[in-house]
Design a protein around this ligand. Sequence first.
Ligand SMILES: [Zn+2]
Length: 471
Amino acid sequence: MLDDRRSDNPDGSRAEHIVRGTIITMDPERRIIDDGAVALAGDQIIGVGPASEILTSFPSSIVTGSAADLVVPGYINGHQHLTGDRLIQSSIPDNLAPGESIFSWVVPVHAAHTPDNDELSASLTLAESLVNGVTSTFEAGTVAHPERVAAAAQQVGARVTIGTWGWDVDDGPFAGPVDEVIDRQRQLLNQEYGPLVSSWVALIGHDLMSDELAVAASDLAKSYDTKLTFHISPTTSDVESYLARTGKRPLVHLDELGVLGPHTVLAHAVHLDDDEAQRVLASQASVVSCPWAYLRLGQGITREFRHLQLWQAAGRLALGCDSENAGDSVDGLRVAALFTGLAKDCSVDPTVFGAHEGLELLTIKGAEALGVADQVGSIEVGKQADLVVHDRTGVSWPPLGRDPVLQLVWGNDGRSVRDVLVAGRVVVRHGKVLGLDLEAATAAAAEASEKLIARADIEPTSCWPTLPPQA
Ligand SMILES: [Zn+2]
């Protein structure tokens, strides 16, 4: 059976590329098509169905894959810092007091980041994203040089939504008065960087934005029909500072200011009370959950696991990887598995949430939460051809079993990704990013990292005594 909307494309439409495999469509019926195929033309999907029918209906000069492959929609990462942490990846000690990693490490590194550092960092983070099947990345709002991150995205072929610095604190990189911060955001929204790159309004958030800035940023996002994102309440410190400043908890205060709405994407929102959770639901604001960051930083996600409660109340949720010193690896499948396990364990109920729901958050539900479900998140005719092909011939894939979603989420991660397409273009083949000389980029990163550490005046060390190499 071909997709119902095949009639939108006249019979015999020529596909430029057909990808074969078992297709996890993530369409409204959640169909899985054994020995299926996806036909692509330009940047779009023009046919989805059994391989025999697609191959007949859509002649193509290129057919790749086999029934042994698993084809899924590109994964969506709703919160990722593309600059700053990459060049000091997994270097910030994991036993620092809350907040110390931000103000003693991350902020000085960002302040010392050059335009070249921005592009190199984004190239490497996006390369890791793509080889793990993450095709859509939403930047978390710490990019100093958006044009360089856009160049990186275009080069490696990743779909990216960029955010730039927005805060009006007294002192900090790229801080400024409200008008200046809003102008900077508006300039980014007015930029055209090509079909794969868009932008949104991003504030650092926490208690590092005035009410005036939060309201102006919210109005700006609405006027451009885009989203506003900011960090809030990954720990209880935002709760304490909002209570001290306003007498109200953060999301109560921000809701009363009119900042919460379907256009708002809250990064974290881990520590909510019932009133705040209700306001998130009622306003239709989205939440991006980055569970590895909460575990790495000991932030208390397991105390209540509000994200599961929001999901159970039909809240809008996406998953994120955060940064290379808060979650570290950029692998959406690891995040989906962790979220799923936390949901089962925190509720002490294995029936409440499973691998299928985890994969939904990583694909179609995440796309819905971020407002891009008309373009990506499922394999359906008319959507963008963002596809991930997992090779199931490796040792991590069992020969038995009828449910590839269980095997994908619980038994695998990005390591079995073989090929990735974004907007119909092959960007990863046989596990290698085609748009980046990884060896050269890694060598450049090693050199850039040493210089950045010196400029930022930080000192990564080993926790255990490490003997220097013998001459
Ligand atoms: Zn973040």
